[in-house]
Design a binder for this molecule. Structure first.
Ligand code: HEC
Ligand code: HEC
Ligand code: HEC
Ligand code: HEC
Ligand code: HEC
Ligand code: HEC
Length: 297
């Protein structure tokens, strides 16, 4: 620790000296060499005339749309990059969670915060399994994006359905922690637990997940008549399980497929059978037009 402080102090002194030198004589080259790591031209990002290795690498983007930056030499000397522990996310974008210390280009932003005996970390829920990060596909626990990646599956399809009434919350399928280190959340096996609740289990629907598909889910019509695809396979986002008729009959009670659904279910569908706004379809009750209530207003 002592020697580290000395080292840091020396680095700082060199930094100050360089800054003075820079101001006085503009000896740019000399300064760049001695203050390696703390130089901060990372604002400019990836512009066209990149000549160094880093700017070339910044042009390559991973499947989440983030730049791929090689890990600088020597970073694995004291800890793995990233650390190889059960609690640590297997995610190479250090800056997403240690942004005070390391920038997107893997250079130190505030070198004095590194190796100082304290882990600087700032994570939000979406740091480790990001859904709202940048580009559309969600990021899985390994920092990978794309519906074909393990754990990504149908999350985006379920959460971002173009039909707003069909967007479902995490709590239908998981216990949702309020804090990162809450017991039962990160339990070391690295696998998410699926536990159905709320809409998924309404009207005594015995929803189950067998590791590949879901069965007896209320939303997918387990308590309704008809339906051609009521056991959705996780990750099959072809539209098969969200098509009209997948979850229930598309007829009136007498079996007439040409009936005007809107005339009796006016709050759920329009005259063209388009699903109306959020909450009125797949909300747990069979919604009927209620002229008496309407008249009373
Ligand atoms: C998605 C968030 C996230 C990313 C990305 C991330 N870390 Fe971490 N890191 C954490 C969290 C959270 C902790 C604290 C873990 C704890 O308290 O057990 C941590 C702790 C650490 C520690 C302390 C040792 C340890 O195992 O707790 C080191 C070293 C570290 N990270 C290095 C890195 C490096 C290097 C990278 C990039 C290659 C990186 N981290 C990327 C979230 C992240
Ligand atoms: C001399 C040993 C050593 C080397 C070499 C080293 N680290 Fe670390 N690093 C640590 C220690 C110890 C921690 C634990 C947190 C602390 O003390 O700040 C750490 C923590 C981190 C963290 C977590 C944020 C924090 O609290 O600092 C990141 C990110 C990180 N290192 C990145 C890197 C990168 C990138 C390199 C290579 C350029 C690197 N480390 C090389 C010792 C080292
Ligand atoms: C319709 C049900 C459903 C909803 C809604 C849902 N999940 Fe999941 N989730 C699953 C299933 C099923 C898996 C397991 C996938 C597997 O084992 O491959 C999973 C896996 C995960 C994983 C593990 C990812 C990995 O890399 O292995 C995380 C983290 C997760 N979900 C978080 C969430 C969060 C946060 C939300 C809300 C924003 C959410 N889920 C909403 C069904 C759902
Ligand atoms: C440091 C990384 C990290 C952060 C931050 C984080 N999670 Fe998770 N999350 C995980 C891991 C790892 C899993 C897989 C579960 C396991 O390991 O048992 C998971 C799983 C989940 C699941 C699936 C259910 C389960 O427990 O298995 C939900 C839902 C979830 N997280 C929500 C959240 C919410 C909400 C927050 C913010 C309060 C959050 N997570 C913050 C790492 C993280
Ligand atoms: C004449 C009025 C009327 C029309 C037109 C009508 N429905 Fe219904 N619908 C009802 C009634 C009444 C119920 C509740 C009956 C019951 O509890 O079985 C119902 C129930 C339903 C249910 C729940 C079925 C179940 O298994 O519980 C669905 C789904 C449905 N209708 C869809 C449609 C669709 C799609 C159309 C258009 C093709 C349509 N309805 C046209 C009167 C109508
Ligand atoms: C993912 C499964 C699913 C799909 C796909 C689906 N529905 Fe439904 N639908 C339900 C459920 C569940 C109900 C039972 C009532 C409720 O919970 O709101 C329902 C009920 C209805 C009703 C009765 C009125 C109401 O809202 O209660 C109508 C009408 C209806 N659906 C029309 C359609 C039409 C038209 C389509 C295609 C554009 C469609 N549904 C696609 C699950 C689905």
């Amino acid at each position: 620790m002592k020697s580290l402080r000395v080292l840091l102090f020396r680095r700082l002194s060199i930094g100050v000296a360089c800054a003075l030198l820079l101001m006085a004589t503009l000896l740019v080259v000399g300064c760049d060499n001695s203050s390696s790591g703390s130089s901060s031209d990372n604002d400019s990002g990836d512009d066209d005339d990149g000549q160094s290795d880093i700017s070339i690498a910044l042009k390559e983007v991973d499947d989440c749309g983030f730049p791929i930056v090689p890990i600088p030499e020597g970073c694995n000397d004291c800890h793995k990059t990233p650390p190889d522990t059960a609690r640590h996310p297997e995610n190479r974008r250090c800056y997403r969670c240690h942004g005070y210390v390391v920038g997107p280009d893997m250079q130190f932003v505030q070198a004095e915060l590194h190796n100082n005996g304290k882990v600087e970390v700032a994570v939000g829920c979406s740091s480790c399994h990001g859904w709202d990060q940048g580009v559309a596909p969600p990021q899985n626990l390994h920092g990978l994006c794309g519906d074909d990646k393990p754990g990504v599956g149908s999350h985006a399809a379920m959460r971002r359905s173009p039909i707003s009434a069909h967007r479902v919350n995490c709590s239908n399928c998981h216990l949702v922690p309020t804090g990162t280190w809450e017991p039962g959340h990160i339990d070391g096996d690295g696998k998410a637990e699926v536990q159905f609740k709320n809409l998924a289990t309404l009207h005594d629907a015995q929803a189950t997940w067998d590791g590949a598909k879901c069965s007896n889910v209320y939303c997918h019509g387990s308590t309704l008549e008809g339906g051609t695809a009521t056991e959705p396979v996780w990750g099959d986002n072809s539209g098969k399980y969200s098509a009209c008729g997948a979850c229930h009959r598309i007829t009136d009670p007498s079996g007439n497929a040409d009936a005007d659904c809107h005339s009796c279910h006016a709050t759920s569908v329009d005259a063209q059978r388009n699903i109306l706004r959020r909450g009125v379809h797949m909300n747990g009750v069979i919604d009927m037009a209620t002229p008496e209530k309407g008249d009373a207003i």
